[in-house]
Write a protein that binds this ligand. Structure first.
Ligand code: SF4
Ligand code: SF4
Ligand code: SF4
Length: 272
């Protein structure tokens, strides 16, 4: 388990970069080579009835917790990047927060009802893959294209034609406004409270949380070894460890590995 966290960070960043590239690239390379990752995202898998991907995500969650949220979901990884940038450290710690259980359940019920009644466009406003897709194609893509065009101009001035300009495609004002609002809300929440969106709003996170509460392998406290230093509590971006009450809320834990790699006494571990 020693290198678990580093392996997770590397793989999650690769999958995040590949999926983002598929959203912003207009050469076609990104779609051809990276978009297969979308088939392993929960919502696209559900909509396309990709039963293999769905079964794999649910089974892995039952066996070991919300690994999907840590390794594959682009919106979750984006929040991790923002939380990291906000310089969280033992001096700026996270602190245990109560579960927003009622809110989570209501959002999940409303989301399920919207999907069942065919209002997918409205459901997509809070669904993580759609949310990230709108942010990436509405906001990140124009920035990427402008950067590309600037590079192409500069290369041409140096007699190199390694880059070619691409036409900028303006989005509708409505799409831009939704993308901007989503981005601002998620980024601010991640900056201040880590994975707040994941653990208070995201319907997929709530669904997986219902399973991960009963998963076979979980993050567990060893009260005999724990010296109540609270270091694990301070680094938990899901704010789901409470050392005072000696509890860990497995429905919110995304198995990031920070707690058990921080603990110096093996008072917290991941396993059965
Ligand atoms: S809780 Fe939702 S947004 Fe967060 S990582 Fe999981 S699926 Fe993605
Ligand atoms: S870091 Fe280890 S010793 Fe400190 S409170 Fe957490 S489990 Fe206990
Ligand atoms: S309990 Fe540990 S593994 Fe789970 S989210 Fe918090 S820090 Fe990460």
């Amino acid at each position: 388990m020693k290198n678990y966290r580093y392996l997770r960070i590397i793989i999650s960043l690769i999958s995040f970069a590949a999926l983002t590239f598929a959203f912003v690239d207009i050469s076609g390379w990104g779609i051809r080579h990276c978009s297969w990752l979308a088939q392993w995202q929960f919502m696209p898998a559900l909509l396309s009835l990709n039963l293999l991907a769905l079964a794999a995500i649910l089974l892995i969650t039952y066996l070991g917790g919300r690994h999907y949220c840590s390794w594959l979901c682009p919106l979750g990884i984006y929040q991790d990047c923002i939380a990291k940038l906000s310089h969280r450290s033992p001096k700026q710690p996270y602190s245990p927060s109560p579960e927003h259980r009622k809110l989570r359940r209501i959002v999940l019920i409303v989301f399920t009802a919207l999907c069942a009644c065919g209002f997918l466009n409205i459901a997509a406003l809070i669904e993580p893959y759609g949310l990230y897709g709108r942010m990436a194609s509405g906001l990140f893509a124009p920035i990427y294209h402008m950067g590309n065009n600037w590079l192409a101009q500069w290369a041409a001035s140096q007699d190199s034609y390694a880059f070619s300009s691409v036409p900028l495609r303006p989005h509708s004002a409505a799409l831009l406004a939704v993308a901007l609002l989503s981005w601002a809300g998620i980024t601010l929440a991640a900056w201040k409270k880590g994975r707040l969106y994941c653990n208070a709003v995201c319907p997929i996170g709530t669904l997986l949380g219902l399973i991960s509460s009963h998963s076979l392998c979980q993050v567990r406290l060893n009260e005999e070894k724990c010296v109540s230093c609270k270091m694990c509590e301070r680094v938990c971006k899901s704010e789901c460890i409470d050392i005072n009450s000696k509890t860990i809320d497995s429905s919110r834990c995304v198995v990031c590995g920070r707690c058990w790699q921080t603990c110096k006494t093996e008072g917290i571990r991941y396993g059965r």
